[in-house]
Design a protein around this ligand. Structure first.
Ligand SMILES: NC(=O)C1=CN([C@@H]2O[C@H](COP(=O)(O)OP(=O)(O)OC[C@H]3O[C@@H](n4cnc5c(N)ncnc54)[C@H](OP(=O)(O)O)[C@@H]3O)[C@@H](O)[C@H]2O)C=CC1
Ligand SMILES: C[C@H]1O[C@H](OP(=O)(O)OP(=O)(O)OC[C@H]2O[C@@H](n3cnc4c(=O)[nH]c(N)nc43)[C@H](O)[C@@H]2O)[C@@H](O)[C@@H](O)C1=O
Length: 313
């Protein structure tokens, strides 16, 4: 990308899109294009086609999606498969029809089989059954990967797909019903501390393991790969280390300074037992994560204090 290239960041207000926008601004890219979902509904093919015809976009970061935690995925499967198929199909096809030079598609590690060997290598895609709580979302993401590969093969485009592990950071979703585990636990421990509640409820058994990447690191990897990677094969993005939900809950408890107890609600789903990504390919391409989990959690909690608690005052 040149510093003057026209770069569209789809989903620029979200966890990932806002971090990519910040990274691009910091690196001196000046011609950045973005729209909110109310200005441009990416599920609507006509709106997307007109937008691409007008804007003459060179590069696309496709970070707009219907996203949510384990319970949201389980409760709204139709929304997750429909919205994601529509958004990615409209954007990828309009990018092709309007001569976009390169597009980066964001998948997720839930595309790998539920019981795949660990760490998850890129080649494990489509080798086994998916985790049922997020199968519709994962199927949409797999369709996005295959769409990029197919356009590259048939039309000679340069679309790349990246598979990030679980993410957290500024502009995360802190809604307890629809969020992922880290923002949920930050809110739960904070509110329990404020109200002197003796117990914080943690979903599931606490035994599943997850790998967590700070959103600024993810954004840096996306911009790096947009500038350096042209392969048709997807690339995992992660840190290469995981932690149990019980351990991460104890860590957040300490970061927040809550002194009560944890209680595990085993009526809630555990989901995939483990999804540690193999980052050999990413490291070989010259990129490594920088932010340690403890440091990232302190930053995420500070962001929550400055932005989310202000909303409820
Ligand atoms: N969060 C995570 O842990 C992980 C995320 N990812 C992937 O990263 C990408 C971004 O996720 P994340 O940033 O967490 O998600 P967020 O929910 O934080 O942000 C999603 C963004 O998508 C936009 N969007 C949603 N629907 C539409 C629509 N119909 N039209 C236009 N824009 C829309 C929203 O725009 P607006 O704000 O204007 O409404 C929002 O800013 C997704 O592809 C996701 O699968 C992958 C692995 C893990
Ligand atoms: C990114 C990824 O995100 C989702 O998959 P997930 O990793 O299972 O997501 P999660 O963050 O919601 O949960 C991780 C673990 O944590 C436990 N857990 C404890 N207490 C809370 C809690 O309070 N909230 C939530 N959400 N989870 C909790 C929870 O029971 C589970 O064992 C999919 O959307 C998938 O599609 C996807 O791509």
């Amino acid at each position: 990308m040149d510093k003057q290239s026209t770069i569209y960041i789809a989903g620029h207000r979200g966890l990932v899109g806002s971090a990519i926008l910040k990274n691009l601004k910091e690196q001196g890219y000046t011609n950045l294009v973005y729209r909110t979902s109310s200005e441009l509904d990416l599920r609507d093919p006509n709106q997307v086609a007109s937008f691409f015809e007008q804007e003459k976009i060179d590069y696309v970061f496709l970070a707009a999606a219907k996203v949510g935690g384990i319970v949201a995925n389980n409760e709204y499967p139709a929304d997750f498969i429909r919205d994601n198929l529509l958004i990615q199909t409209n954007v990828i096809d309009s990018a092709y029809k309007n001569g976009v030079k390169k597009l980066l598609f964001l998948g997720s590690t839930c595309i790998y089989p539920k019981l795949a060997p660990q760490p998850l290598k890129e080649e494990y895609l489509l080798t086994g059954e998916l985790e049922p709580t997020n199968e519709p979302y994962a199927i949409a993401k797999i369709a996005g990967i295959k769409m990029c590969e197919s356009y590259n093969r048939q039309y000679g485009t340069k679309y790349i797909s990246v598979m990030p592990t679980n993410l957290y950071g500024p502009n995360d979703n802190f809604d307890l019903h629809t969020s992922h585990v880290l923002p949920a636990l930050i809110r739960k421990f904070h509110e329990a501390k404020e109200t002197n509640a003796p117990i914080v409820e943690v979903w599931g058994t606490g035994t599943p393991k997850r790998e967590f990447l700070y959103s600024d690191d993810l954004a840096d990897a996306c911009v790096y790969l947009m500038n350096t990677y042209e392969g048709n094969e997807m690339v995992n993005i992660g840190v290469g280390e995981d932690i149990s939900i019980k351990e991460v809950a104890e860590t957040i408890k300490d970061v927040v300074g809550y002194e009560g107890k944890l209680q595990f609600d085993t009526s809630k789903p555990d989901g995939t037992p483990r999804k540690l990504v193999d980052v050999t390919k990413l490291n070989g391409l010259g990129w490594k994560a920088k932010t340690p989990l403890n440091e990232g959690l302190v930053q995420a909690y500070n962001w929550f204090l400055e932005n989310e608690t202000a909303k409820s005052k």
